[in-house]
Design a protein around this ligand. Structure first.
Ligand SMILES: Cc1cc2nc3c(=O)[nH]c(=O)nc-3n(C[C@H](O)[C@H](O)[C@H](O)COP(=O)(O)OP(=O)(O)OC[C@H]3O[C@@H](n4cnc5c(N)ncnc54)[C@H](O)[C@@H]3O)c2cc1C
Length: 410
């Protein structure tokens, strides 16, 4: 659809661009920028007043190296490649970035086999990582307590909101647009195009890409596409270390993850703008955009509870789930988890910081959808599951989405 058509109104229908993209998080903007870079005008629809208001602007800011993910998965492939492309993109566009490396620390001999398994997985994923002694770990982090560690050099820290601003600039420089405060309501493929309804307009385009994060499943259903899973929101709460306590941490310190859970465990992260973040934990949120316990959305709670997968998952995770809730309610417990990594940290060193909510797709059978998940329909691509490390991998996800889009718009 040509530029000259942009402002033409045909009845109620406003002709916009070749592709409408839902969501100005990092995934939607990366898709729009990739389309723009090859000459395809893209219009991004975002319900908030600015970009990166949800997951993208509320995460740990880490560029993951790709060490955790199942070999052969999209996560493994895209994170390893994304760690390189994200750093290069940030440097090219003058977004703050640092490749500081990280330590994954085993705090007891019982964790050493899992640490070795992680080292083997890093190897399988082509991520350079070294098992090191406790003494060598303390050369990187003098205050850490461990019996051994895995050193990964390619992990970094970046300003993801800054990356989003640079992506958005690419979109607008090539004639596209990011429309804020505009809620997508639904879409239908009609003949050689897609009609996209928002709370303001009906937009006509050649194709639709939905990257709606916490609302990804609903965005698909509203376009007549079965998402095959339901989004369940898991809040991740953070504290910031006081300036005095932040001197206990040089870079990034992670625990050995529990392979049964998709989240990495509370960790210590020196942020790109200074300060050290501690967290995130993982508790079921009572609203998809529920950043505090008191934020409850009846529709969201109903949607989670009516999904059989939630009950199946809950039945298998009663104890770990209860532990996470207790840690969420008690700063002392939160500090105790951190003190396993760095014994000097106490509850008095923690200042509450803004939380994030992860969009995690859950299958009907109760299994968490581990990998990135796309769904396609004629002239439509829906990003259904894009949890961590999707910020790291956004440029790679965008490349895949555009390839899928070409396949469904031919
Ligand atoms: C606590 C936490 C820590 C994390 N840490 C890391 C990390 O360190 N490194 C890493 O790589 N990843 C991390 N992640 C994951 C990463 O942040 C996400 O995978 C990534 O940001 C997903 O981007 P997105 O664009 O898909 O979603 P989002 O950033 O959530 O964007 C989706 C956008 O769609 C918009 N939208 C939704 N519905 C509509 C609608 N109907 N109409 C219009 N707009 C709509 C929303 O307003 C939102 O702006 C973390 C996530 C969380 C929550």
């Amino acid at each position: 659809m040509g530029h000259s058509d942009r402002e033409s109104l045909r009845g109620k229908v406003l002709a916009v661009a070749r592709v409408v993209v839902i969501g100005a998080g990092i995934v939607g903007l990366a898709v729009a920028a990739r389309l723009a870079a090859r000459g395809d005008e893209a219009v991004v629809i975002e319900k908030e007043g600015d970009l990166a208001r949800h997951q993208t602007g509320r995460n740990s800011g880490v560029i993951h190296s790709g060490l955790y993910y199942a070999p052969g998965s999209l996560k493994a492939e895209f994170a390893a490649a994304g760690a390189r492309t994200m750093v290069a993109f940030a440097r090219e566009h003058e977004v703050e970035v640092v490749v500081c490396g990280k330590l994954v620390v085993a705090t007891s001999p019982a964790q050493l086999p899992a640490l070795r398994a992680l080292a083997a997985r890093a190897d399988a994923n082509g991520v350079p990582a070294r098992l090191i002694s406790a003494a060598e770990a303390r050369e990187y982090e003098p205050h850490v307590r461990c019996v051994g560690a895995l050193r990964v050099e390619s992990t970094g820290s970046v300003d993801y909101a800054g990356v989003c601003r640079a992506l958005s600039q690419i979109v607008t420089d090539r004639g596209g647009e990011v429309r804020y405060d505009e809620q997508y309501v639904g879409a239908r493929t009609r003949g050689d195009g897609v009609e996209v309804r928002t709370a303001r307009d009906v937009l006509r385009a050649d194709a639709l890409v939905a990257c709606a994060g916490l609302h990804a499943d609903r965005a698909a259903v509203a376009a007549g596409v079965d998402p095959g899973a339901r989004i369940v929101p898991f809040r991740g709460e953070y504290f910031e270390l006081t300036p005095e306590a932040s001197t206990l941490v040089n870079g990034l310190i992670y625990p050995v993850p529990d392979p049964r859970f998709p989240f990495l465990g509370v960790h210590l992260t020196r942020m790109i703008h200074g300060g050290v973040h501690a967290g995130p934990n993982a508790v079921l949120a009572l609203a998809r955009e529920g950043y505090r316990w008191r934020e409850v959305n009846a529709r969201d709670v109903g949607s989670a509870l009516s999904w059989p997968g939630l009950w199946r998952m809950g039945a298998h995770n009663v104890l770990p789930g209860a532990r996470e809730v207790l840690r969420s309610l008690s700063r002392r417990r939160f500090a105790a988890s951190l003190a396993e990594l760095v014994p000097g940290i106490t509850a008095a060193d923690l200042v509450p910081a803004p939380a994030g909510v992860r969009a995690q797709a859950l299958s009907r059978d109760g299994s968490l959808v581990d990998d990135f998940l796309l769904r396609t329909a004629p002239r439509q691509v829906h990003v259904i599951n894009a949890p961590s490390p999707a910020a790291t991998a956004a440029l790679q996800i965008a490349e895949r989405v555009v390839r899928e889009l070409d396949a469904v718009t031919r």
